[in-house]
Write a protein that binds this ligand. Structure first.
Ligand code: MN
Length: 232
């Protein structure tokens, strides 16, 4: 072991249902505008030719059930429920057909967003990082092995805030499918086991308040849960 000036960052990981070993997280890629109705509610159009991406740092990870303070610098913190893909094999310049075998499992996630800061960044043609790469803003539920989940298809994806329904969609509503996304990302990155992909959110995004309890669900997966604590 080399001698470090201060402790190196902790490994961030997720439980995998039915396994004792945890999934160590490498990178978090997020797909933008992958459901047509959500793109429309944001005043945008989907790009059917190819997906686009942003990323979140490991410091954004909060394991479900999470309790996260309302973050600094925003007055419009939004929920986005997402289907999360966990890679268990390397991938570089692969085809969608080959991409299926790289998936280790799936989970539910929340891509929490400082919407006001993201909107300002969009308006000024600046990066989205300050709106998206927020501490505690990648809330992730436990993973279910791909073989136990089966085919990605008409499963419902939904979000409740304090028991009220806010977001609804179906995984089949994704503009770019899971194999297409993995294959496309692999044209630009050497994907490795541990990489996560948040595949975009269906319509119905909106603001959260202190004290809100969020529950995100995808049919066949464990839920993701977040409680918003008072700001620090
Ligand atoms: Mn999102």
């Amino acid at each position: 072991m080399p001698d470090y000036l201060f402790p190196p960052p902790a490994v961030r990981s997720l439980p995998v249902l039915g396994h004792t070993a945890r999934f160590p997280i490498s990178r978090i890629f997020c797909v933008g505008r992958n459901y047509a109705e959500h793109a429309a509610e944001m005043g945008s159009e989907v790009d059917r030719a190819a997906p686009f991406y942003f990323t979140k740092s490991l410091t954004a990870v909060a394991e479900s059930p999470a309790q996260v303070p309302y973050p600094p610098g925003t007055y419009d913190y939004h929920h986005e429920v997402e289907f999360v893909v966990a890679l268990g094999a390397p991938a570089f310049r692969i085809t969608p057909e080959a991409a299926v075998a790289t998936v280790l499992g799936y989970g539910c996630g929340l891509d929490m967003t400082r919407r006001d800061l993201q909107a300002k960044a969009k308006e000024k043609r600046r990066p989205w990082d300050i709106g998206k790469d927020v501490e505690g803003a990648a809330v992730l539920g436990p993973l279910t092995p791909a073989g136990d989940f089966g085919q990605v298809g008409p499963q419902a994806i939904e979000l409740e805030v304090n028991g009220e329904h806010r977001q609804t969609g179906r995984l089949s509503g994704m503009v770019h499918s899971v194999p297409e996304i993995i294959a496309d990302l692999s044209q630009y990155y050497h994907l490795v086991p541990g990489d996560l992909i948040m595949t975009g959110t269906p319509a119905g995004v909106g603001p959260v308040d202190v004290g809100d309890k969020l529950v995100g669900r995808v049919g066949g997966l464990a839920s993701v849960e977040l409680t918003i604590l008072p700001p620090e």
